[in-house]
Design a protein around this ligand. Structure first.
Ligand code: NDP
Ligand code: 8X3
Length: 251
């Protein structure tokens, strides 16, 4: 059976993707830093769907760990059909001269460098198979920079550039590359951005019916389910009430 490798499967889009692909009988490699959540997800999905799940707890920011852990998995688990580069975060929302450099490092190291480290480890497996699909989570924030979003928006613009670069470089190898750019989706994203401030996190979605993690997972699954000769290169999805990174119609 086909294998899907999902980074950041302990919450939000990644977890919803794990559930969606499991329901369709894919085997899964699930990653994230929270070991307990990975174990819980593995047990639940294996019991419910009779699939195999390999949980790998690591921080995508640590290049050596990424290389060692992914390089060390059993060969049969390297037959990956779909890599979903999803692990990421926004940390803080501050004018450019007031942002915390720790937050900047966390975003650049996770959203950009972490995605690169994982891809660097997995792409040789896909090339050896002569097929595969890489799905990168960009954001509407990478298309339009909003006030105080500076470094997060830059990290997602970088993901767009990397996605296109992958598409071009992997063209001769039969490997699909897709960039998915969601707008406002209610997950743990805003809670992480505002460091646990629940009120601030809730306010982001005030007057909106935001996307759910499941909405995004459905779109990702659709992209991964098309015939072999069809590749969605780039896809933007938003709630009905959001037209761009800065135009919302709140009720
Ligand atoms: P969540 O906060 O709900 O989930 C983020 C996931 O990323 C978690 O599983 C987390 O796992 C993992 N992660 C974060 N940092 C690391 C790290 N250093 N190493 C390994 N895993 C990590 O957010 P979403 O599901 O909303 O976001 C998923 C992706 O989608 C992100 O790239 C985000 O930027 C992007 N996005 C989100 C949007 C939104 O509005 N929610 C819209 C557009 C794009 P753990 O903490 O266990 O390590
Ligand atoms: C997450 C969407 O607009 O909150 O990437 O930055 S936004």
């Amino acid at each position: 059976m086909a294998i899907v490798l999902i980074t950041g499967a302990t919450a939000g889009f990644g977890k919803a993707c794990a559930e969606k692909f499991a329901r369709h009988k894919y085997d899964l490699i699930i990653t994230g830093r929270r070991q307990e959540r990975l174990q819980e997800l593995k047990t639940g999905l294996e019991q419910q769907y009779g699939i195999h799940v390999l949980p790998l707890a690591f921080d995508v920011r640590n290049e050596q760990t990424v290389t060692d852990i992914l390089g060390g998995i059993p060969e049969q688990w390297k037959q990956v059909a779909v890599l979903i580069n999803n692990a990421g975060l926004a940390a803080g929302l501050s004018p450019i001269d007031e942002g915390s450099t720790d937050d900047w490092n966390a975003m650049i190291d996770t959203n950009v460098k972490g995605l690169l480290y994982v891809s660097r480890a997995v792409i040789p497996w896909l090339k050896a198979q002569g097929k595969g699909h890489i799905i990168n989570l960009g954001s509407i924030a990478g298309r339009q920079t909003y006030a105080k979003g500076n470094v997060y928006c830059a990290s997602k613009a970088a993901v767009d550039a990397i996605t296109l670069g992958m598409r071009i470089d992997l063209l001769p190898y039969g490997i699909k590359v897709t960039g998915i750019c969601p707008g406002a989706a209610e997950t743990e994203f805003s809670l992480v951005r505002f460091k646990g401030d629940e009120q601030k996190a809730r306010d982001v979605y005030k007057g909106l019916t935001p996307l759910s993690a499941e909405d995004v997972a459905d779109v990702i699954f659709y992209c991964a389910s098309l015939p072999p000769h069809v590749c969605i290169n780039d896809l933007v999805l938003t709630p009905l009430q959001q037209a761009s990174a800065y135009y919302y119609h709140r009720k």
